[in-house]
Design a protein around this ligand. Structure first.
Ligand code: SAM
Length: 412
């Protein structure tokens, strides 16, 4: 390691440069795959460390007045949660794809539960027990990722990026990629393009490899479809359309949403940020031909995929629109009994939450991949007369800091 010599706890030190090495007592996990430490009072977010450890850490970013970033490069006192990373590309200065390769899978789930609990408490004033549930199919937390976007080395081999850097790390053997994905890129070189997207379906065995040029949209084979089966229904997807990347995720999330909402025959349901219609399909079957499902999604390819897959469900109305206060106000006439919303990482936002809850649904299932935006949106729901009555969290992204939650809201 080409780091400068350590400066353990230099008193009163208020300057630091990237490359300096400091000794740190590592505290709790933070949102985003780091742990919190303090260097003479200043917060340092440390990667590759674990709570309770003492480490030497190399500063990687000292540009912020209130906090620095660092990578643990030597462990002086190890946590009992520490394991040898199963991936050879994990570690300081290497691949940025995973955050927790150096922690046991059980500890990773504990950390994620702590982060969800802390975000709910701090951002929404909600105290709720959280347990992160494992999914079937990847007990060691490896081989689960069915969608990958690879960058390329100069030789055209698939690669991933370093953490917060443009560093290129050859990664055909990425350990979290599903074996179908790895087999599709192993030994291959891609020329004349900048990236490669791979989408694999475990349920049907289909794999689509799409080379992508920087100055063009993904150059997918126009005929290519990824076929996914969930609860006996075939979803026929354009390869670029959003789909959960863990093979166990669709079933687990649909089950959590249906169990939470208990949609009844004849009810009106909304599926917001509907993607290819994963939730709309199950809601439609639950409300039956006498009920109604309105699905809103802004990606035209996702709407087209949903139209192909849900053609036999006339009670579903697919709308290729942005979810917004205006588009939700347009639903005021028919109202909504139950709602599932599954927004991107930034969350739905206060204005959408207020417009949605003005429809006074009896129950809302909020599916979220970001506990911070979830907590902010739940805080708005509380001001609109709704209570958090249930929360499930799933380990859909082992080895990374990501976690998926399904929060259930009911009208007070
Ligand atoms: C996390 S995905 C969920 C998709 C789907 N519920 C599923 O589980 O497969 C979020 C979806 O929201 C869509 N989206 C993003 N912003 C949107 C907006 N303002 N209005 C409607 N859809 C949006 C994206 O295209 C994407 O399909």
């Amino acid at each position: 390691m080409s780091a400068r010599p350590p400066r353990p706890g230099a008193p009163g030190r208020d300057t630091g440069r990237p490359g300096d090495v400091v000794e740190l007592e590592v505290g709790p996990v933070a949102h985003g795959g780091t742990c919190v430490a303090r260097d003479n009072g200043r917060v340092v977010f440390v990667r590759h460390a674990l709570p309770g450890e003492r480490v030497r850490a190399r500063l990687t970013d000292t540009s912020h007045a209130r906090y620095w970033r660092a990578d643990a490069v030597e462990v002086l006192r190890a946590s009992t949660d520490r394991v040898d990373p199963p991936c050879p590309h994990a570690g300081a200065g290497r691949c940025g794809g995973c955050d927790w390769q150096h922690a046991s899978v059980a500890a990773q789930r504990r950390f994620k539960a702590e982060v969800v609990r802390e975000q709910l408490h701090r951002l929404a004033g909600l105290d709720h027990p959280v347990e992160v549930e494992a999914l079937d199919g990847a007990p060691e937390g490896l081989g689960w990722r069915t969608r990958m976007r690879y960058t390329l080395t100069e030789r055209g081999e698939v690669a991933l990026r370093g953490s917060r850097s443009h560093e290129v790390v050859p990664a055909a053997d990425c350990r979290i990629a599903h074996p179908l994905v790895r087999a599709a890129v192993a030994g291959r070189r891609f020329e004349g393009v900048d990236a490669v997207e791979v989408a694999a379906s475990v349920s049907s065995g289909t794999v689509v490899v799409t080379p992508v040029a920087a100055d063009a949209d993904a150059d997918a084979d126009a005929e290519a479809e990824v076929v996914e089966s969930v609860r006996g229904r075939r979803f026929r997807l354009d390869p670029g359309v959003f789909w959960q990347v863990h093979p166990g995720a669709p079933d687990a999330l649909v089950d959590a949403v249906l169990t939470g909402l208990t949609p009844r025959a004849g009810e009106t349901a909304l599926d917001l940020y509907a993607g290819a219609g994963l939730f709309a399909a199950s809601l439609a079957e639950a409300v039956g031909p006498g009920g109604r499902v309105v699905a809103m999604e802004s990606d035209p390819q996702a709407v087209a995929s949903a139209a192909r897959s849900l053609a036999d469900l006339p009670q579903v109305s697919l709308r290729g629109v942005r979810v917004s206060p205006a588009s939700l106000r347009g639903l005021a006439g028919a109202g909504a009994d139950v709602v599932v919303l599954d927004p991107p990482r930034a969350g739905a936002g206060a204005a959408v939450m207020r417009a949605l809850l003005a429809l006074r649904p009896r129950a809302v299932a909020y599916v979220s991949c970001d506990p911070a935006s979830l907590a902010r949106d739940l805080a708005v729901a509380v001001t609109q007369g709704y209570s958090l009555v249930g929360l499930r969290a799933f380990d859909l992204f082992p080895m990374t800091a990501h976690v998926e939650c399904v929060a259930l809201l009911e009208e007070r």
